[in-house]
Design a protein around this ligand. Structure first.
Ligand SMILES: C[S@@+](CC[C@H](N)C(=O)[O-])C[C@H]1O[C@@H](n2cnc3c(N)ncnc32)[C@H](O)[C@@H]1O
Length: 220
């Protein structure tokens, strides 16, 4: 991905750290959010999980409550500080500052991988390569789960433009008025299926009203 697009995403979320959790309070989304918590609590029972781009640890806490252990990484210390203050016991989770495109501090392999609201920030031309690199940190037949946003009229931030690859962008505004242009894609079920191709089995794609959730086992 264009380095400036990656950097814009990184800086935007560092600056947004203290207002990020408000996104999970939006009234119209509560029913779907409850469903996602319920599904994650079933999927990750007894797993050793690697979570990438964990942010403020909102989903980490849910997964940690059922998994054997979760290692959660994010590039921004601003969000990791909030995550570490969630009170998740240290025998259930660890938060590590690392870049998803490098993952140089992650030496173990894991029985499961998770990313919340990260797929949508990767440019279409880099997505397959990114998923391949993520899979390298996971054991054979590991469970992989992605959740992300659907585009919903009058609820999602409008699309500001589309680039030549077909990536879409939004203008995001913080409470203090600062503005950022952020790459944010909204894949269809077919695009998700085509991206994962023959590299996976047991693929399940569920579209809720505001979110989608994908789970599969990587091959081999
Ligand atoms: C949309 S937020 C998702 C946060 C969290 N997964 C959630 O669902 O609440 C994207 C996260 O990606 C992180 N991020 C951005 N660039 C990154 C990078 N290169 N490596 C690791 N994390 C990154 C941001 O700091 C931010 O916390």
């Amino acid at each position: 991905m264009d380095k400036s697009i990656e950097n814009d995403i990184k800086h935007y979320y560092a600056d947004r750290a203290y207002e990020y959790n408000k996104t999970y309070l939006r009234p119209e989304r509560q029913k779907d959010i409850k469903k996602l918590h319920r599904l994650l609590k079933i999927l990750f029972i007894d797993q050793f999980v690697l979570e990438i781009a964990c942010g403020t640890g909102y989903w980490t806490k849910t997964i940690a409550s059922v998994s054997k252990f979760i290692t959660a990484i994010d590039v921004n210390n601003e969000v990791l500080q909030i995550a570490r203050n969630r009170g998740i016991p240290s025998n259930q989770a660890v938060f590590i500052q690392d870049d998803v495109y490098i993952l140089k501090k992650i030496q173990d392999t894991f029985s499961a991988g998770f990313a919340g609201f990260w797929w949508s920030h990767i440019s279409k031309s880099k997505l397959k390569q990114f998923i391949f690199s993520f899979h390298l940190k996971l054991q054979s037949k590991a469970l992989v789960v992605f959740i992300d946003n659907r585009r919903v009229k009058r609820s999602s931030t409008p699309i500001s433009r589309m680039d030549v690859e077909g990536n879409t962008y939004q203008i995001r505004k913080l409470e203090d008025g600062r503005e950022y242009e952020i790459l944010k894609n909204f894949p269809t079920k077919k695009e998700i299926r085509d991206t994962l191709g023959n590299e996976v089995k047991n693929l399940k794609i569920k579209f809720l009203k505001y979110f989608w959730i994908v789970s599969y086992n990587k091959l081999p």
